[in-house]
Design a protein around this ligand. Structure first.
Ligand SMILES: [Zn+2]
Length: 314
Protein backbone atom coordinates (compact mmCIF):
# COMPACT_ATOMS: atom_id res chain seq x y z
CA UNK A 1 0.00 0.00 0.00
CA UNK A 2 1.25 3.45 -0.87
CA UNK A 3 1.88 5.90 1.91
CA UNK A 4 -0.75 8.36 0.57
CA UNK A 5 -3.39 5.62 0.70
CA UNK A 6 -2.39 4.95 4.29
CA UNK A 7 -2.76 8.61 5.18
CA UNK A 8 -6.24 8.50 3.61
CA UNK A 9 -7.57 5.67 5.74
CA UNK A 10 -5.71 6.92 8.77
CA UNK A 11 -7.54 10.22 8.51
CA UNK A 12 -10.82 8.36 8.07
CA UNK A 13 -10.16 6.14 11.06
CA UNK A 14 -9.09 9.11 13.16
CA UNK A 15 -12.34 10.82 12.23
CA UNK A 16 -14.31 7.71 13.11
CA UNK A 17 -12.46 7.54 16.40
CA UNK A 18 -13.20 11.18 17.06
CA UNK A 19 -16.89 10.75 16.34
CA UNK A 20 -16.87 7.60 18.46
CA UNK A 21 -15.26 9.68 21.15
CA UNK A 22 -17.88 12.36 21.08
CA UNK A 23 -20.71 9.88 21.28
CA UNK A 24 -18.90 7.91 23.97
CA UNK A 25 -18.40 11.06 26.00
CA UNK A 26 -22.00 12.02 25.54
CA UNK A 27 -23.42 8.61 26.26
CA UNK A 28 -21.20 6.98 28.82
CA UNK A 29 -19.94 9.32 31.48
CA UNK A 30 -22.86 11.74 31.46
CA UNK A 31 -25.68 9.28 31.34
CA UNK A 32 -28.17 9.55 34.16
CA UNK A 33 -30.36 6.72 32.87
CA UNK A 34 -28.81 3.32 32.33
CA UNK A 35 -27.91 2.15 28.82
CA UNK A 36 -29.63 -0.98 27.43
CA UNK A 37 -26.98 -3.43 28.61
CA UNK A 38 -27.67 -2.47 32.24
CA UNK A 39 -31.45 -2.23 32.01
CA UNK A 40 -32.05 -5.78 33.10
CA UNK A 41 -32.20 -5.99 36.88
CA UNK A 42 -28.59 -6.05 38.06
CA UNK A 43 -27.40 -8.84 40.34
CA UNK A 44 -27.71 -7.98 44.05
CA UNK A 45 -24.70 -6.32 45.65
CA UNK A 46 -22.43 -8.72 47.51
CA UNK A 47 -19.17 -8.23 49.40
CA UNK A 48 -16.46 -10.78 48.82
CA UNK A 49 -13.83 -10.98 51.52
CA UNK A 50 -10.31 -10.69 50.06
CA UNK A 51 -8.29 -10.14 53.26
CA UNK A 52 -9.20 -9.23 56.87
CA UNK A 53 -9.47 -5.56 55.87
CA UNK A 54 -10.39 -5.67 52.20
CA UNK A 55 -13.57 -6.64 50.36
CA UNK A 56 -14.53 -6.62 46.71
CA UNK A 57 -18.02 -5.34 45.85
CA UNK A 58 -19.73 -7.35 43.12
CA UNK A 59 -23.17 -6.88 41.55
CA UNK A 60 -25.29 -3.77 41.27
CA UNK A 61 -24.93 -1.53 38.23
CA UNK A 62 -21.52 -0.66 36.83
CA UNK A 63 -18.04 -1.90 37.66
CA UNK A 64 -16.93 -3.87 40.70
CA UNK A 65 -15.80 -1.68 43.59
CA UNK A 66 -13.57 -2.13 46.64
CA UNK A 67 -13.74 -1.55 50.38
CA UNK A 68 -10.74 -1.03 52.69
CA UNK A 69 -11.53 -1.03 56.39
CA UNK A 70 -9.09 0.67 58.79
CA UNK A 71 -9.50 1.15 62.54
CA UNK A 72 -10.77 4.70 62.13
CA UNK A 73 -12.07 5.06 58.58
CA UNK A 74 -13.36 3.09 55.64
CA UNK A 75 -12.27 3.85 52.08
CA UNK A 76 -14.52 2.84 49.18
CA UNK A 77 -12.98 2.44 45.75
CA UNK A 78 -15.19 3.56 42.86
CA UNK A 79 -18.80 4.65 43.07
CA UNK A 80 -20.94 2.24 41.00
CA UNK A 81 -22.95 3.49 38.03
CA UNK A 82 -26.14 4.64 39.72
CA UNK A 83 -27.06 6.41 42.93
CA UNK A 84 -29.28 3.47 43.85
CA UNK A 85 -26.44 0.94 43.51
CA UNK A 86 -24.05 3.20 45.43
CA UNK A 87 -26.54 3.45 48.29
CA UNK A 88 -27.05 -0.32 48.29
CA UNK A 89 -23.27 -0.80 48.41
CA UNK A 90 -22.95 1.54 51.40
CA UNK A 91 -25.81 -0.32 53.15
CA UNK A 92 -24.01 -3.65 52.61
CA UNK A 93 -20.78 -2.20 54.01
CA UNK A 94 -22.73 -1.03 57.10
CA UNK A 95 -23.71 -4.66 57.71
CA UNK A 96 -20.08 -5.76 58.13
CA UNK A 97 -18.53 -2.74 59.90
CA UNK A 98 -19.56 0.28 61.96
CA UNK A 99 -16.33 2.18 61.16
CA UNK A 100 -17.30 5.48 59.43
CA UNK A 101 -17.18 5.52 55.62
CA UNK A 102 -15.05 8.62 55.09
CA UNK A 103 -13.21 8.36 51.79
CA UNK A 104 -13.99 7.49 48.19
CA UNK A 105 -11.06 6.90 45.83
CA UNK A 106 -11.78 6.83 42.09
CA UNK A 107 -9.70 4.68 39.75
CA UNK A 108 -10.75 6.72 36.67
CA UNK A 109 -13.58 8.75 35.19
CA UNK A 110 -15.75 6.27 33.25
CA UNK A 111 -19.47 6.43 34.04
CA UNK A 112 -19.67 2.84 35.27
CA UNK A 113 -17.12 3.77 37.96
CA UNK A 114 -18.24 7.28 38.96
CA UNK A 115 -21.89 7.98 38.09
CA UNK A 116 -23.14 6.66 41.44
CA UNK A 117 -21.21 9.40 43.23
CA UNK A 118 -24.45 11.10 44.33
CA UNK A 119 -25.29 8.04 46.44
CA UNK A 120 -22.45 8.98 48.82
CA UNK A 121 -22.93 11.31 51.79
CA UNK A 122 -22.31 14.99 51.02
CA UNK A 123 -19.31 15.16 53.38
CA UNK A 124 -17.42 12.26 51.77
CA UNK A 125 -13.78 12.97 50.98
CA UNK A 126 -12.99 12.03 47.38
CA UNK A 127 -9.57 11.35 45.86
CA UNK A 128 -8.86 11.17 42.14
CA UNK A 129 -5.98 11.77 39.79
CA UNK A 130 -6.20 15.32 38.40
CA UNK A 131 -7.00 14.20 34.83
CA UNK A 132 -9.89 12.11 36.14
CA UNK A 133 -11.39 15.15 37.84
CA UNK A 134 -11.03 17.08 34.59
CA UNK A 135 -12.92 14.39 32.61
CA UNK A 136 -15.63 14.30 35.26
CA UNK A 137 -15.89 18.09 35.12
CA UNK A 138 -16.40 17.79 31.33
CA UNK A 139 -18.92 14.96 31.60
CA UNK A 140 -21.06 15.93 34.58
CA UNK A 141 -23.87 18.19 33.43
CA UNK A 142 -26.34 17.20 36.13
CA UNK A 143 -26.38 19.71 39.02
CA UNK A 144 -26.58 16.95 41.59
CA UNK A 145 -23.43 15.28 40.21
CA UNK A 146 -21.62 18.61 39.83
CA UNK A 147 -22.16 19.31 43.53
CA UNK A 148 -19.66 16.50 44.23
CA UNK A 149 -16.86 17.95 42.08
CA UNK A 150 -15.66 20.40 44.78
CA UNK A 151 -15.26 17.44 47.15
CA UNK A 152 -12.63 15.85 44.91
CA UNK A 153 -9.02 16.25 46.02
CA UNK A 154 -6.62 15.63 43.19
CA UNK A 155 -3.10 14.31 42.91
CA UNK A 156 -0.64 14.22 40.03
CA UNK A 157 2.38 11.92 39.83
CA UNK A 158 3.29 9.85 42.85
CA UNK A 159 0.21 10.44 44.87
CA UNK A 160 -0.62 10.70 48.54
CA UNK A 161 -0.61 8.08 51.26
CA UNK A 162 -3.78 7.88 53.31
CA UNK A 163 -4.01 6.42 56.82
CA UNK A 164 -7.33 4.72 57.59
CA UNK A 165 -6.16 3.93 61.13
CA UNK A 166 -3.33 1.40 61.37
CA UNK A 167 -3.82 0.73 57.68
CA UNK A 168 -2.05 2.81 55.05
CA UNK A 169 -3.27 3.18 51.51
CA UNK A 170 -1.23 4.59 48.64
CA UNK A 171 -2.89 6.42 45.76
CA UNK A 172 -0.50 5.96 42.85
CA UNK A 173 -0.24 7.29 39.32
CA UNK A 174 2.05 5.71 36.72
CA UNK A 175 1.02 7.59 33.54
CA UNK A 176 -1.57 7.28 30.74
CA UNK A 177 -2.91 3.77 30.07
CA UNK A 178 -6.68 3.01 29.99
CA UNK A 179 -7.17 6.80 30.27
CA UNK A 180 -4.71 9.55 31.20
CA UNK A 181 -6.03 9.62 34.78
CA UNK A 182 -5.84 6.03 36.06
CA UNK A 183 -5.11 5.70 39.76
CA UNK A 184 -3.78 2.50 41.32
CA UNK A 185 -4.90 2.13 44.91
CA UNK A 186 -2.45 -0.01 46.83
CA UNK A 187 -2.62 -1.34 50.36
CA UNK A 188 0.95 -2.56 51.12
CA UNK A 189 0.06 -4.19 54.43
CA UNK A 190 -2.53 -6.42 52.73
CA UNK A 191 -0.56 -6.73 49.45
CA UNK A 192 -3.66 -5.84 47.46
CA UNK A 193 -3.83 -3.37 44.55
CA UNK A 194 -6.98 -2.01 42.91
CA UNK A 195 -6.44 -1.52 39.19
CA UNK A 196 -9.78 -0.16 37.94
CA UNK A 197 -9.82 -0.82 34.19
CA UNK A 198 -6.07 -1.31 33.82
CA UNK A 199 -6.73 -5.04 33.99
CA UNK A 200 -9.12 -7.18 31.95
CA UNK A 201 -9.29 -10.92 31.66
CA UNK A 202 -10.60 -13.14 28.86
CA UNK A 203 -10.94 -10.17 26.51
CA UNK A 204 -8.77 -7.34 25.23
CA UNK A 205 -8.34 -4.37 27.53
CA UNK A 206 -10.06 -1.14 26.55
CA UNK A 207 -7.88 1.85 25.79
CA UNK A 208 -9.82 5.10 25.61
CA UNK A 209 -8.12 7.33 23.03
CA UNK A 210 -10.75 10.00 23.68
CA UNK A 211 -9.37 10.22 27.20
CA UNK A 212 -5.74 10.10 26.04
CA UNK A 213 -5.32 6.41 26.85
CA UNK A 214 -2.36 4.57 25.33
CA UNK A 215 -1.71 0.84 24.83
CA UNK A 216 2.09 1.22 25.12
CA UNK A 217 1.45 3.27 28.26
CA UNK A 218 -0.74 0.43 29.55
CA UNK A 219 2.15 -2.03 29.24
CA UNK A 220 4.43 0.42 31.07
CA UNK A 221 1.88 1.00 33.82
CA UNK A 222 1.21 -2.72 34.30
CA UNK A 223 4.96 -3.31 34.59
CA UNK A 224 5.08 -0.60 37.26
CA UNK A 225 2.18 -2.27 39.04
CA UNK A 226 4.19 -5.52 39.13
CA UNK A 227 7.01 -3.70 40.92
CA UNK A 228 4.64 -3.18 43.87
CA UNK A 229 4.76 -5.82 46.58
CA UNK A 230 1.21 -6.93 45.73
CA UNK A 231 -0.19 -10.45 45.42
CA UNK A 232 -3.84 -9.76 44.69
CA UNK A 233 -5.13 -7.45 41.94
CA UNK A 234 -8.75 -6.34 41.91
CA UNK A 235 -10.31 -4.60 38.94
CA UNK A 236 -13.57 -3.27 37.55
CA UNK A 237 -14.70 -6.08 35.29
CA UNK A 238 -12.59 -9.17 35.98
CA UNK A 239 -12.27 -11.68 38.79
CA UNK A 240 -9.56 -11.43 41.41
CA UNK A 241 -6.18 -11.77 39.69
CA UNK A 242 -2.62 -12.71 40.67
CA UNK A 243 0.79 -11.66 39.40
CA UNK A 244 0.82 -14.33 36.67
CA UNK A 245 -2.51 -13.01 35.35
CA UNK A 246 -1.06 -9.49 35.07
CA UNK A 247 2.08 -10.85 33.39
CA UNK A 248 -0.10 -12.76 30.90
CA UNK A 249 -2.05 -9.61 30.03
CA UNK A 250 1.18 -7.65 29.44
CA UNK A 251 2.43 -10.44 27.17
CA UNK A 252 -0.80 -10.55 25.16
CA UNK A 253 -0.78 -6.77 24.59
CA UNK A 254 2.92 -6.81 23.62
CA UNK A 255 2.30 -9.64 21.15
CA UNK A 256 -0.50 -7.71 19.48
CA UNK A 257 1.64 -4.58 19.33
CA UNK A 258 4.48 -6.49 17.65
CA UNK A 259 2.14 -8.25 15.19
CA UNK A 260 0.35 -5.04 14.23
CA UNK A 261 3.58 -3.10 13.81
CA UNK A 262 4.89 -5.90 11.54
CA UNK A 263 1.66 -5.93 9.51
CA UNK A 264 1.81 -2.16 9.18
CA UNK A 265 5.39 -2.28 7.92
CA UNK A 266 4.51 -5.07 5.48
CA UNK A 267 1.95 -2.72 3.94
CA UNK A 268 -1.10 -4.65 5.16
CA UNK A 269 -4.30 -2.64 5.47
CA UNK A 270 -6.19 -1.91 8.66
CA UNK A 271 -9.04 -4.08 7.34
CA UNK A 272 -6.60 -6.97 6.95
CA UNK A 273 -5.35 -6.44 10.50
CA UNK A 274 -8.91 -6.33 11.85
CA UNK A 275 -9.73 -9.53 9.99
CA UNK A 276 -6.60 -11.20 11.36
CA UNK A 277 -7.65 -10.29 14.92
CA UNK A 278 -11.34 -11.11 14.22
CA UNK A 279 -12.48 -7.56 14.99
CA UNK A 280 -16.01 -7.03 13.71
CA UNK A 281 -17.69 -3.67 13.33
CA UNK A 282 -20.79 -3.84 15.44
CA UNK A 283 -23.85 -1.74 14.62
CA UNK A 284 -24.30 1.30 16.85
CA UNK A 285 -26.79 0.77 19.68
CA UNK A 286 -28.43 3.88 21.05
CA UNK A 287 -27.24 4.69 24.56
CA UNK A 288 -24.35 2.25 24.33
CA UNK A 289 -20.83 3.66 24.00
CA UNK A 290 -18.79 2.31 21.11
CA UNK A 291 -15.09 2.04 21.65
CA UNK A 292 -12.28 1.16 19.29
CA UNK A 293 -10.95 -2.37 19.65
CA UNK A 294 -7.41 -2.87 20.94
CA UNK A 295 -6.04 -3.79 17.47
CA UNK A 296 -7.51 -0.55 16.04
CA UNK A 297 -6.03 1.51 18.88
CA UNK A 298 -2.60 -0.09 18.40
CA UNK A 299 -2.82 0.46 14.64
CA UNK A 300 -3.45 4.17 15.15
CA UNK A 301 -0.59 4.41 17.65
CA UNK A 302 1.80 2.60 15.29
CA UNK A 303 0.67 4.77 12.37
CA UNK A 304 1.21 7.93 14.39
CA UNK A 305 4.64 6.76 15.46
CA UNK A 306 5.70 5.56 12.01
CA UNK A 307 4.30 8.48 10.07
CA UNK A 308 5.42 11.12 12.54
CA UNK A 309 1.90 12.10 13.37
CA UNK A 310 1.43 13.59 16.79
CA UNK A 311 -1.36 12.11 18.89
CA UNK A 312 -4.17 14.55 19.51
CA UNK A 313 -4.01 15.96 23.02
CA UNK A 314 -6.64 18.02 24.68
ZN1 LIG B 1 -13.18 2.43 32.22
Amino acid sequence: MKICQKIGWLAALSMAATFGTASAQQTQPTQTTQPPQYQQTPAPITLEKITDHIYEVKGGSGASCGVIIGEKEIMVIDAKMSEESAKQMLAEIRKISSVPIKVLALTHSDGDHVNGITGFPADIKIWAQEETKRYMDDAFTDEKQRAYLPLIKTFASGGPEYDLGNLKVQLLYFGPAHTSGDAVIFCPQEKVAFLGDLFFSGRDPLVHRHKNGDSFGLVKVLNSVLKLDAQVFLSGHADKANRADVEALIKSIEEKQAQIEAMFLEGKSLEEAKKFFKVEDRPAVSGRPQFLSLPEVIWLEVAQKRMGMKPKKK
